[in-house]
Ligand binder design. Structure first.
Ligand code: PNS
Length: 166
């Protein structure tokens, strides 16, 4: 009998965490007893800096998620596979929103597999209401003073207001 999955990482940049991310974390928790939300130092998908520092992104994620038994939030630097090994995690869980996510996520999963073929990649389908939420959309709306209350928790909306205050 092979080992079953006991601990998964939900990795991301979380710049900032959205209701879409929270949905993925809760789904991951339903299928696994221990979930670590792994906040990457990350330069972002396009190699540009993040809107919030690593410490800020971790703090916002912790507040937004609240106390969910079996869920913790940790920062990491470097390769995800190294962090997974350090944490003793067996798999990575990511959300798939639309077809547009697929190519990128497949590439990430392929690279992670080449680096460590013991680390499983698991994908959960985002709930339809979160299908088009992304951190970059949230940042864009907030930067123009738009209402993001449907997309992020109150603490994140407040942090965005401060971040983009003129
Ligand atoms: O929120 P994102 O941008 O989808 O998250 C991407 C993330 C942080 C999960 C990915 O970039 C990552 O794992 N970064 C750490 C470096 C690494 O291991 N890259 C994958 C193999 S090159």
């Amino acid at each position: 009998m092979p080992d079953t999955i006991q601990h998964v990482l939900v990795p991301g940049t979380f710049d900032p965490i959205t209701y879409g991310h929270i949905d993925v974390v809760k789904r991951a928790r339903r299928i696994c007893p221990l979930v670590t939300v792994a906040v990457a130092e990350s330069l972002g998908k396009n190699g540009v800096g993040t809107a919030f520092s690593l410490d800020e992104r971790v703090a916002l994620a912790r507040e937004a998620l609240g106390e969910i038994p079996g869920v913790e939030v940790r920062p990491f630097r470097g390769l995800l596979v190294d962090f997974a090994r350090e944490m003793g995690a067996d798999a990575v869980v990511k959300g798939l929103r639309a077809m547009t996510d697929f190519e990128y996520e497949l590439q990430q999963a392929d690279l992670n597999y080449r680096l460590d073929n013991h680390l499983e990649s698991i994908f959960v389908m985002s709930a339809p209401q979160y299908g088009y939420i992304s951190s970059s959309v949230v940042r864009q709306i907030a930067s123009f003073g738009g209402d993001v209350s449907q997309l992020v928790t109150d603490n994140v909306a407040e942090a965005l207001r401060r971040r983009y205050a003129v």
